[in-house]
Design a protein. Structure first.
Length: 203
């Protein structure tokens, strides 16, 4: 079974990336960078929320009810605005997942990618339901329960942080360093362009 990042990589490249950039009002290169920073931040935040039994069960219930993974096959509709309800869902997901740290993440993505803050504020509500859709598909394909989701998110959040293009995540260092030991930057430098850079077309 492919991981969350693999699923996202399959569905956020090519024409989908072009359309996402157009919707955000940015060029593709800046949008690539922004996505490469935003995905580790979103996965890290979701992982934190599942560290408690209550949080893991809440995510499991949300995926069961509203996120079966089918959105991955209609990202054009999401990015074009045809699925306005899903865009609204994205804002709600961000509020729940990021809480009071939403502004910190928005500013960090802006500094790392070169997008202005208003562009980032359009981008993140589009990415949030895509990540939830990938999680929903993983849940169904793998038969995962709440504990399984928590374990998967832990693995994928770490994978995303260590695979992001080196140097991009500096603006979000404090947010991404979950245990406060400062080690995540060393991991990033060792990985270089890594998986996220590869699937987003970074060289």
């Amino acid at each position: 079974m492919n991981g969350i990042l693999d699923l996202l990589g399959q569905h956020l490249g090519g024409s989908q990336l072009s359309q996402l950039a157009s919707t955000v009002g940015a060029d593709e290169q800046q949008t690539q960078k922004a996505v490469a920073v935003a995905l580790p931040a979103l996965l890290t935040a979701m992982n934190r929320n599942t560290n408690s039994t209550e949080g893991a069960r809440s995510l499991d219930a949300a995926l069961e009810k509203d996120h079966d993974g089918s959105l991955l096959d209609n990202l054009g509709g999401l990015f074009s605005g045809a699925l306005a309800g899903r865009q609204a869902d994205g804002a709600g997901i961000l509020g729940h997942v990021l809480g009071g740290q939403r502004s910190t993440v928005e500013q960090g993505v802006s500094r790392a990618s070169g997008l202005d803050l208003s562009q980032v504020q359009r981008l993140l509500p589009l990415l949030a339901p895509v990540v939830m859709a990938a999680l929903g598909r993983q849940k169904r394909q793998g038969g995962l329960d709440a504990a399984g989701l928590s374990g998967l998110l832990g693995q994928e959040a770490q994978r995303a942080r260590t695979a992001a293009p080196a140097g991009l995540l500096g603006a979000l260092g404090g947010f991404l360093d979950q245990d406060g030991d400062g080690d995540f930057k060393d991991d990033l430098l060792k990985q270089g362009a890594g998986l996220l850079g590869g699937f987003l077309g970074k060289k």
